[in-house]
Design a protein around this ligand. Structure first.
Ligand code: NAG
Ligand code: NAG
Ligand code: NAG
Ligand code: NAG
Ligand code: NAG
Length: 948
């Protein structure tokens, strides 16, 4: 989201709040809105914290061009890399953004509010922008600064406004969206001087499209307090999720508290514990929980998971809790203390941590209220719910739901957002979080969060007993609504899951990330084979709403846009309206409500009379008590690039593509009581029940007739050889042999199901590296999604675990026993590990130093997936580990091999000179050695793969 003078500036607001807090503190503070004094749990006390002064002055070089969400490029690597270049007042380096084509070094001071700000007013941004638009504003600058550590020890470090940062030789995940929840890494620092490196990037979606663009980042470094009182556990009080109270009852039972195990092993301890570290030195398990109310009432509290909650040194865990409390007296201002019982796994020492008090917010019935629930990865999240005014459920029908998806940077519980939609006559309004204010643009984990929020609402938490029957929901009768990024989410749902929609009302939405913050100026494209670019583009194209517009055929849509919206320009909505009307073959089937003289956000943007009347029209239980799905057009289409993220259309569901990640289409012509299907790039599909299929007695697909109604159809129809005809398949055997929607990839989809990180218990080398990589992945999951994951040793991964969880497996067969086992079983044989440490795909071998691979492979019984991360050496492993896509818009297919021609993806720069063969240094996409998608039988396939 781009704050401008037009609309309300959500992100600007967040940054402002963050900097006000920063300026109130005398030194850098934890990025924690309440400040450290508020951490009164006795675990962290301000007086015992030692701040380290960050650099006052930075050496900086920039601006350099940088594409949207681009990885692996470095405009300085050809000259030795930033880390090897000394400050000079005369040296110059080429950059097409600057007048004359060169930029020079400068010194940048840290501001009084501890924020580093840098803009380049002398650059003619406006002039560059005229032909190239926002793409010409996106850029990157390098920073380095020194700081001194007076006391060696374990430190907590975090940076907001950057994707990553580096201290000496180690890179850490940044808090790029400036979230208020914890984003701290734990690091051991020796006494003396250290160097901090930052590669700060302007992403117009985050920083805004103001001219001149301004880079802004902020960090903190604090000694971690590790003592006998806290046992090395740090509690982040503001990260707690606490349920609300309606009248005298808890609305929903789920809560969570976030603690970090800061007790990492220091280098001095390491030689002694190396043997033990394979036996979980410093790991802490939470064994049980107790809770009491302020009046002394016992709360029944349990850990609602079937696995043991083990926290590795350096890991943040949002411990899920299930609470059950009897009646809470209305006069009691309820607050609660929580006691976690823990055991340290190496020496079996037992201890308890007392946390709180936590206060409960009390609501009245008919207010909007919070429901907490256990999300798919066992993390606790919330959604806001606003009940209908009237009863809307009886024996036949159930209440529909207006799904209100918030914009980027918006907290779902904020009043301005919950007030953006009216209370409906006969529908619930549900405001999910998507897990964080930015989430995953409502795809992947954010979409799953919507599903779990709907499941939670299904149980009608907070609804008085006498109203339960009349307010029951039908979670398949949805109005997709939202603003900005949330409107993009509403469009995405409408185009990917059209059969659940009664209508869609997206306000100020964008069409796809590549069209919002344009991708065409990506630096790596200058070196990349266009075919490879196509393969990389395909990894995010399943979210291209324009490519899926056909799927919305027949759906009632009213888009809303301010005519002067310079944040998400109205051209986005207008283009989708044009596409929808073309597919409907009716120039006015969809309408755009474009409001003159209005910007991105304005009073009534989502709830004025025009919007509400459209919603009312499609929630009219007087006219249609059943709220039937909208009629299908004479002819309609279902498009997909990935069956995993596309539901049914007219009850037809695509299950496999002939060539994965290339466009597959089923076009349906309805002729009286017959449906004629014509397919392109489809290998398998099926029918799900849909009332609109009633009366169909026969149908055909690509000329093959089936003389029975879809409702009695078999589980799937397949054409295994494109030259033969379609056949009914009556069993599900194929699911245990071939890829199916749960295993269709790409790599990012591994995060859409609970996953665990598998570390080597006895690696041949790089033990510290694997431990740090596991910490990095677990922390990234926490920062980007407030997610829960477990770090598990390879020897502890039993078949049951691999069948239930997706795995992220660190290390090749020489280091990781699980990789070794899968290799022996032939379970990962699309990639052959070479005896000398490299890998082979098809006949191509990748063995150079610095080469890393990340790839997807099936679990032993093929129900789930594993992501394997390996490398020929430390650099290669790091390149692969940092390629796990935790942000949207990153182009990572089913497999990716990268080497010295690809920057360290975390920082974007290489410490070394790149490969001598590489010539121009690191090249982003142009430095990718292999990329693509396995086919349906998990094989390398030249039709969707690329080997350099
Ligand atoms: C470049 O920097 C790296 C890491 O900072 C260092 O190890 C290497 O020796 C440097 N090389 C040169 C040529 O200065
Ligand atoms: C940190 O972990 C080590 C190893 O398990 C343990 O001996 C030590 O007591 C722990 N420190 C604290 C403060 O609990
Ligand atoms: C707490 O648990 C006990 C034992 O399961 C049960 O008897 C009691 O009713 C529970 N109390 C509440 C408030 O749920
Ligand atoms: C609902 O439908 C009824 C009957 O068709 C109609 O009279 C009424 O105006 C409709 N209400 C709305 C809000 O569209
Ligand atoms: C997958 O690719 C292999 C060639 O690498 C080919 O033999 C096989 O038929 C393909 N499978 C499918 C289902 O397309």
């Amino acid at each position: 989201m781009k704050p401008t003078n037009g609309g309300l500036q959500w992100l600007g607001l967040l940054i402002l709040i963050a900097s006000i807090q920063a300026s109130q503190a005398s030194s850098l503070v934890l990025n924690d809105p309440a400040g450290l004094e508020e951490l009164n749990s006795g675990i962290l006390r301000k007086s015992t914290l030692h701040a380290v002064a960050f650099p006052d002055v930075w050496e900086s070089l920039g601006p350099f061009p940088h594409g949207s969400r681009e990885l692996g490029n470095d405009p300085l690597s050809a000259y030795g890399g930033f880390e090897n270049l000394s400050f000079s007042s005369t040296d110059r380096y080429p950059s097409e953004l600057a007048d004359g084509g060169f930029v020079r070094w400068r010194h940048v001071e840290t501001g009084p509010d501890q924020t580093v700000r840098l803009s380049y007013p002398q650059i003619r941004w406006e002039f560059n922008q005229r032909p190239f638009g926002w793409a010409a504003l996106q850029h990157a600058s390098y920073f380095r600064g020194k700081f001194n550590v007076h006391e060696e020890g374990i430190y907590l470090v975090e940076f907001s406004g950057v994707v990553s940062f580096k201290i000496d030789n180690r890179a850490f995940t940044g808090n790029v969206y400036g979230y208020t929840h914890a984003s701290h890494s734990i690091v051991y620092l020796s006494k003396g001087e250290h160097i901090l490196y930052v590669y700060a990037v302007i992403d117009v979606r985050i920083s805004g499209g103001t001219i001149p663009p301004e880079l802004r980042f902020r960090g903190s470094l604090k000694k971690a307090e590790i003592n006998q009182e806290n046992h090395g556990l740090i509690h982040f009080e503001n990260d707690a999720v606490i349920p609300e109270v309606m009248g005298t009852e808890l609305i929903s039972p789920f809560a969570s508290v976030a603690i970090m195990n800061a007790n990492i092993t220091t280098p001095a301890e390491r030689p002694l514990t190396r043997q033990q570290s394979r036996d979980m030195t410093g790991w802490v398990q939470v064994t049980s929980v107790h809770a009491t109310l302020s009046d002394g009432t016992e709360v029944n509290a349990t850990l609602p998971v079937h696995f043991s909650i083990k926290i590795a040194p350096g890991q943040i865990m949002a411990v899920p809790l299930n609470l059950s409390i009897g009646a809470i007296p209305p006069d009691l201002a309820p607050s609660m203390r929580i006691e976690l019982d823990c055991i340290r796994l190496d020496d079996n020492e037992r201890f308890s941590l007392l946390l709180g008090p936590f206060t409960f917010h009390r609501r009245q019935w008919s207010d909007v209220y919070k429901i907490t629930f256990l999300d798919y990865d066992f993390s606790v999240h919330y959604a806001m719910a606003r009940p209908p005014k009237k009863a809307c459920a009886d024996r036949q029908t159930k209440c529909p739901i207006v799904l209100a998806l918030h914009g980027a940077g918006v907290e779902a519980s904020s009043e301005f957002w919950t007030n953006a939609y009216r209370q409906q006559e006969n529908a619930w309004v549900l405001y999910p979080t998507g897990r964080t204010p930015w989430g995953f643009d409502w795809h992947g984990p954010s979409f799953r969060n919507i599903e779990y929020a709907l499941d939670a609402l299904h149980l009608l938490p907070g609804v008085p007993a006498e109203k339960q029957k009349s307010l029951a929901i039908n979670r398949n009768k949805l109005i997709y609504a939202g603003h900005s990024n949330g409107a993009q989410g509403a469009w995405w749902l409408a185009s990917h899951f059209p059969d659940k929609a009664l209508a869609a009302v997206p306000a100020s939405g964008y069409m796809k990330i590549q069209f919002y913050a344009p991708y065409f100026m990506r630096v790596g494209d200058s070196y990349a084979d266009p075919l490879l670019r196509g393969i990389l583009d395909a990894s995010i194209a399943e979210h291209d709403i324009d490519l899926y517009a056909a799927n919305m055929g027949g759906l009632p849509v009213l888009a809303r846009h301010g005519a002067l919206d310079d944040n998400v320009p109205p051209l986005h909505s207008r283009r989708l309206i044009r596409l929808g009307n073309e597919w409907n073959r009716n120039p006015i089937s969809w309408d755009l409500s474009e409001i003159p003289a209005q910007g991105h956000w304005f009073e009534g943007v989502a709830n004025d009379n025009t919007m509400q009347e459209f919603i009312d029209k499609h929630l009219n239980i007087t006219a249609d008590p059943e709220l039937s799905p909208p009629p299908l057009p004479e002819a309609f289409s279902l498009n997909t690039l990935n069956p995993a993220s596309t539901g049914s259309k007219g009850g037809i569901r695509i299950l496999q593509l002939e060539v994965p990640f290339r466009l597959g289409t089923i076009r349906v012509h309805r002729v009286q009581n017959q449906w004629h299907l014509n397919t392109s790039n489809i290998r398998r599909f099926g029918f799900v029940r849909d009332p609109r299929q009633e009366g169909i007695e026969s149908w055909s697909v690509d000329g093959t007739d089936f003389n029975k109604p879809p409702s009695v159809s078999g589980p799937s129809y397949a054409r295994l050889d494109p030259d033969s005809s379609w056949k009914e398949e009556n069993d599900l055997l194929w699911i245990s042999q071939e890829r199916h929607p749960s295993t269709y990839g790409p790599i990012s989809s591994a995060l859409n199901h609970p996953f665990i990180i598998v570390v080597p218990s006895n690696p041949a080398q790089n033990e510290d590296l694997y431990r740090e990589a596991a910490q990095h992945i677990a922390l990234s999951w926490y920062i980007y999604s407030r997610g829960v994951t477990q770090i598990v040793r390879d020897i502890d991964v039993l078949d049951g675990i691999a069948a239930r969880y997706n795995l992220i497996v660190l290390g090749g067969p020489a280091d990781n026993a699980y990789t070794r086992r899968r290799e022996n079983e032939g379970g990962a044989n699309m990639v052959k590990f070479r005896p000398a440490g490299g890998f082979q795909i098809d006949k191509r071998k990748y063995e150079s130093p610095g080469t890393g691979i990340i790839f997807l492979a099936p679990s032993p019984i093929r129900t789930r997936v594993a992501v394997f991360i390996a490398g020929t050496d430390k650099d290669g492993i790091l390149r692969a580990a940092w390629s796990l896509p935790f942000r949207t818009g990153l182009q990572i297919p089913d497999y990716l091999v990268v080497g010295d021609e690809y920057g360290d993806p975390h920082t974007g720069w290489t410490a070394r000179d790149g490969a001598p063969f590489g010539g121009a240094g690191t090249k982003g996409a142009g430095g990718v050695l292999a990329a693509g998608y396995w086919n349906n039988t998990w094989d390398w396939d030249p039709r969707c793969g690329y080997l350099k």
